[in-house]
Design a protein around this ligand. Structure first.
Ligand code: FAD
Length: 139
């Protein structure tokens, strides 16, 4: 079993209504596809960024991430972590959605320095912890 953590630049259309519709479509498709291949995870976004955790069998996570990377609804996809894990963090969620959260903007600002995208393991842990906390609060 593997976990993949990435973040990316949000390129969704910008009115709130359009963005909500786009997110709904992404979630619906994600939940269908992920349930079929045993992938679970969580998704968060701010106006500027997406952050996502994918976990499951290595091949399924890789294939899912390949498709996600080619999606024009976001860009500058930056892999923060791809590691073996013993246990899932989001085992009840084909794709948990923690929504657009104002504190996410601060988190993304701290993991995406002004100089550009720059990932590392600490940032993966920060994003993972944030998502774990938000999903457990929402559950
Ligand atoms: P289809 O849904 O039939 O799509 C065919 C092609 O059209 C794909 O290239 C797709 O990217 C593109 N496409 C579809 N709708 C739109 C649209 N409205 N605008 C632009 N292009 C479009 N998919 C998952 O399976 N699991 C995930 O966890 C997941 N997370 C995602 C997170 C983010 C932030 C984003 C942006 C996308 C995510 N997706 C996820 C969607 C993924 O990128 C693919 O669109 C999807 O997996 C393709 O599904 P499909 O092969 O059934 O093709």
């Amino acid at each position: 079993m593997h976990r993949l953590v990435y973040y990316s630049a949000n390129r969704l259309r910008k009115t709130p209504a359009e963005m909500t519709l786009d997110i709904e479509q992404i979630l619906e498709k994600s939940r269908q596809n992920n349930a079929t291949v045993g992938v679970t995870g969580a998704l968060i976004f701010s106006e500027g960024y997406f952050g996502q955790v994918l976990e499951g069998p290595q091949n399924a996570v890789e294939a899912t991430f390949e498709r996600i990377q080619n999606d024009v609804r976001h860009g500058e996809v930056l892999l923060l972590e791809f590691v073996p894990i013993e246990k899932r963090s989001f085992d009840n969620w084909a794709m948990a959605y923690v929504g657009q959260d104002s504190s996410a903007t601060a988190l993304f600002d701290s993991i995406a320095p002004q100089t550009g995208f720059d990932g590392d393991r600490m940032k993966a842990q920060a994003l993972l912890s944030k998502l774990e906390n938000m999903v457990s609060v929402a559950a």
